[in-house]
Design a protein around this ligand. Structure first.
Ligand code: DC
Length: 230
């Protein structure tokens, strides 16, 4: 087994995977891998090339894509074939298409390959669909982060309002429920909790609580003392 640490976090939409993963990455100086950003980047290129109905073209784009993620000051900057697409990948158009693109098995295979490479030589925290099952089946630690539906809606709503988006609680709830439906039903890869993942129900936890809990898990799994040195 290699010396580097891979923390993989999966779980339903809105539980706070990315907030917790970013916080941990900054604390520990690990590389943060936003796997959703990779699928969004491919989706953006697909839409720009107008090939959203041509599976072969989508697969070709995914196979040729050189994706780089650079996490700086709390933001993941995303580059495809050298072009920065950070601002382009969080739009209603991409949101509306990303699920279809991410369902294509060949696209997934390619993204998984890239993610695995990222986890080969460095300590990383990867969050997103399939990270604990398909992508890093032998991660050092697997966390399945959940929270009640209401709590997830509350968190996502707060996050969006803070970003200046004018959405009602009900609209966000509908969106999260739709994500849950897609996540549980997609044939290519339904949302699954890995057998050896530790479930963390964060419904009544604060973000620092969650980070602390996962830090303890990392200490236990690696024998490294982390909390003292922070
Ligand atoms: O985490 P996110 O909302 O940015 O994810 C965007 C989409 O990509 C979402 O539909 C799930 C999908 N995805 C996936 O299928 N597999 C992954 N490893 C990561 C994301």
């Amino acid at each position: 087994m290699s010396e580097n640490v891979v923390i993989a976090i999966d779980g339903p939409a809105g539980a706070g995977k990315s907030t917790v993963a970013k916080g941990l990455a900054q604390l520990l100086n690990y590389v943060y891998v936003d796997t959703g950003a990779m699928y969004r980047a491919i989706t953006f290129i697909v839409l720009r090339n107008n090939v959203e109905d041509e599976i072969d073209e989508i697969i070709k784009i995914a196979n040729q894509a050189d994706i780089k993620l650079r996490f700086e000051n709390g933001v993941t900057r995303v580059f495809v074939n050298g072009e920065e697409v950070t601002e382009n990948i969080r739009t209603p158009e991409v949101n509306g298409k990303v699920s279809d693109v991410s369902k294509i098995p060949e696209v997934r295979e390619q993204m998984v390959k890239i993610q695995r490479k990222l986890g080969q030589n460095t300590n990383i925290i990867a969050e997103g669909r399939d990270t604990t099952t398909v992508v890093f089946p032998d991660a050092t630690i697997k966390v399945y982060l959940t929270a009640s539906l209401d709590e997830r809606v509350k968190r996502r709503h707060k996050e969006l309002v803070e970003k200046g988006m004018n959405l009602t609680f009900e609209e966000v709830k509908e969106n999260i429920m739709q994500r849950d439906r897609i996540d549980s039903s997609r044939e290519a890869s339904p949302l699954i909790k890995a057998d050896d993942a530790v479930e963390v129900d964060s419904t009544n936890m604060t973000i620092p609580d969650e980070i602390y809990k996962i830090l303890e898990m990392i200490e236990k799994a690696t024998g490294r003392k982390l909390k003292q040195s922070l």
